[in-house]
Design a protein around this ligand. Structure first.
Ligand code: AMP
Length: 249
């Protein structure tokens, strides 16, 4: 059984985001980029299924411009077997287009499971897994916090408002990962070295017959309003006074 894991290259979660002066997006030049954290969880889950003897191959796929192969290498260093890079000129391909490209990769590769992150931390769209499942006509379980894979189906526990829900899906299926599914491993130095020799197959969107023309237009990007400076109070009574004036008490 093959597992396909789409991994996105995003601004590292520790980086303080800066909006471009013209509001057209965020600065990406000379910024530390990393694998989307939910995708690390997806790679980890696929590797655990392989180590448990339930999967035979883990393939990492990423869609993006130059240097996206670094993110695929990270997945290979964690333990994925090989990579596929759908090379684009620009970053920021929108979810429907990503889902269409992934559908083509799925058709060519024939995985039994596709495990995506629940959302990419750059655009917070939370759409790609759902759209891919719809395009493929496969069942989906989003926000997975536990995955039990059988021969003909997969049981997935999902985090929902106020509790947990467990679903049974027929295979093949699309899953998306939530934060508590697992704790991803760090790549060891020997595995980082080994990953350099693992194959990454390059494809263009044209090879896959998908048009990248966007359907969404970003009208503006802005920073959140800055916080106003605080004040120091001399006593508890003064604090209470201020809180009353602010309408908190
Ligand atoms: P989103 O719908 O943009 O929040 O992304 C959800 C998930 O889709 C991510 O966690 C990835 O697993 C996958 N994904 C989104 N964009 C890409 C991309 N450019 N390349 C590979 N996977 C992607």
């Amino acid at each position: 059984m093959k597992i396909l894991v789409p991994v996105k290259r995003v601004v590292d979660y520790n980086v303080k985001i800066r909006v471009k002066p013209d509001g057209s997006g965020v600065e990406l030049a000379n910024i530390k980029m990393s694998m989307n954290p939910f995708d690390e969880i997806a790679v980890e889950e696929a590797l655990r299924l392989k180590e448990a003897g339930k999967a035979s191959e883990v393939v990492a796929v990423s869609i993006g411009p130059a240097k996206t192969d670094e993110t695929i290498r990270t997945a290979l260093a964690m333990g994925a077997d090989r990579g596929i890079w759908v090379k684009t000129d620009e970053a920021g391909i929108e979810p429907l287009t990503v889902a269409k490209l992934l559908k083509k990769v799925v058709e060519a590769e024939g995985p039994t499971l596709v495990i995506l992150g629940k959302q990419a931390i750059d655009d917070d769209c939370n759409q790609t897994g759902q759209m891919l499942s719809a395009l493929l006509g496969w069942p989906q379980a989003t926000f997975a916090s536990k995955v039990v894979l059988g021969d003909t189906g997969v049981e997935v526990t999902r985090e929902i408002d106020g509790g947990l829900q467990t679903l049974r899906l027929d295979l093949p299926a699309v899953l998306t990962t939530d934060l508590r599914l697992n704790e991803p491993r760090y790549a060891s130095l020997p595995n980082i070295m080994k990953a350099k020799k693992k194959p990454i197959d390059e494809k263009s969107p044209a090879d896959l017959g998908v048009d990248l023309a966007p359907r969404l237009e970003i009208l503006s990007t802005s920073e959140p309003a800055g916080r106003t400076a605080g004040i120091k109070v001399g006593s508890a009574a003064e604090l209470v006074d201020h809180l009353k004036k602010a309408g908190v008490l």
